[in-house]
Design a protein around this ligand. Structure first.
Ligand SMILES: NC(=O)C1=CN([C@@H]2O[C@H](COP(=O)(O)OP(=O)(O)OC[C@H]3O[C@@H](n4cnc5c(N)ncnc54)[C@H](OP(=O)(O)O)[C@@H]3O)[C@@H](O)[C@H]2O)C=CC1
Ligand SMILES: Nc1nc(=O)c2c([nH]1)NC[C@@H]1CN(c3ccc(C(=O)N[C@@H](CCC(=O)O)C(=O)O)cc3)C=[N+]21
Length: 298
């Protein structure tokens, strides 16, 4: 068959960015300044450098200001915390993102805890985690929010659907499960200790794979017609000598034979993550400047 609909995250993200650009232009008129996003990168990891460059470019393309801080890998924790404090009190900075993972000598939790929760556009601060868990307004992690946007666009209401989230990390799996619960799905969280994972996944109307294992989820794990969201970004050697390619956590070839709809890698969840980051930033700018923004504006 091979007839699953391909969920075009890249196109959806482009559309979202156009709406963000409108809001950003209106914000600038009202506030007399641009909305601003600060991105902090510690170290020279090439993949992280690509993401940070893409984020900066798209921030500017949406009419917002981008402040990039690239620090050497040997930067001390104290120096990084001092930079975060400086960004917290800088009125031109509405959102702060510290690219993870950080070098091993830096305590990530301590860094995240230092970010002002009202500038925490990643939604990683415990205050925002608590707000999400409690159903209060706050910042929601970009990747899971992007996944829910794609799901609602595809399925309309998610109410009553069986969802299986594979992965329980703080940045993807856990917030994903929270959001799906808030959408009234019946949610199962699977992880490395889950027994009979293929059987568990086969019950799902919605499968979200956030594992970090290339092409682990096979087509015969998927209930026919299910919607499959592949969060995985794995760089693997390609057939061409000396080259590499990106694959997801789902075996796209076999899963797209069975699923009703599926996100590709690349071009699925990844572009949504960056678009939602910009969305969170323009929301932060309005809140920080005391300018009203309708709940459903974006
Ligand atoms: N598209 C995007 O924008 C983004 C993509 N990613 C990608 O998403 C993937 C997941 O990221 P992240 O959540 O940070 O990863 P983590 O490594 O933090 O978490 C992986 C999760 O998968 C579980 N797991 C590992 N092996 C298995 C297995 N064999 N069977 C079932 N569960 C397993 C782990 O279980 P346990 O807890 O038991 O160890 C853990 O909960 C990665 O490929 C990452 O690159 C991440 C962020 C953004
Ligand atoms: N504080 C913090 N916040 C993050 O949101 C964060 C982070 N740290 N650390 C790393 C992960 C990973 N991540 C991605 C963002 C975009 C793509 C993306 O745009 N991917 C493209 C492909 C890009 C390529 O070709 O390499 C796609 O899937 O089409 C992927 C992954 C955000 N992360």
């Amino acid at each position: 068959m091979g007839d699953a609909a391909i969920i075009d995250g890249k196109a959806f993200a482009e559309d979202l960015r156009a709406r963000i650009a409108d809001l950003a232009a209106r914000f600038e008129e009202t506030a007399g300044r641009k909305a601003g996003l600060a991105v902090v990168l510690v170290g020279e990891d090439p993949a992280s450098q690509v993401y940070v460059r893409n984020k900066g470019r798209q921030t500017v393309a949406c009419g917002m200001e981008s402040f990039e801080h690239k620090l050497p890998a040997e930067t001390s924790e104290a120096d990084l915390l001092a930079l975060v404090e400086r960004l917290n009190s800088d009125p031109a900075v509405d959102g702060i993102l510290v690219q993870l993972p950080l070098p091993a000598h830096i305590n990530e939790q301590k860094v995240i805890a230092t970010i002002n929760p009202d500038k925490d556009v990643d939604g990683f601060h415990v205050v925002n985690v608590g707000r999400l868990a409690t159903g209060l307004p706050g910042f929601v992690p970009c990747t899971p929010l992007g996944c829910v946007m794609l799901l609602k666009d595809r399925l309309g209401s998610l109410s009553g659907l069986d969802a299986v989230v594979i992965g329980r990390s703080n940045i993807v799996g856990k917030p994903m499960a929270q959001l799906l619960t808030a959408e009234s799905c019946t949610v199962t969280i699977a992880h490395s200790r889950t027994k009979n994972l293929p059987e568990v996944v086969r019950r799902a109307d919605i499968v979200v794979a956030a594992v970090g294992r290339p092409e682990m989820v096979k087509g015969d794990w998927i209930k026919p017609g299910a919607t499959v969201i592949d969060v995985g970004i794995n760089r693997v050697p390609s057939a061409e000598e000396g080259k590499s390619k990106l694959v997801g956590d789902v075996d796209f070839a076999s899963a797209s034979e069975v699923a009703g709809a599926i996100t590709p890698v690349p071009g699925g969840v990844g572009p949504m993550t960056i678009a939602v980051l910009l969305r969170n930033t323009i929301v932060a700018a309005h809140r920080n400047a005391g300018i009203a923004l309708a709940e459903d504006a974006i």
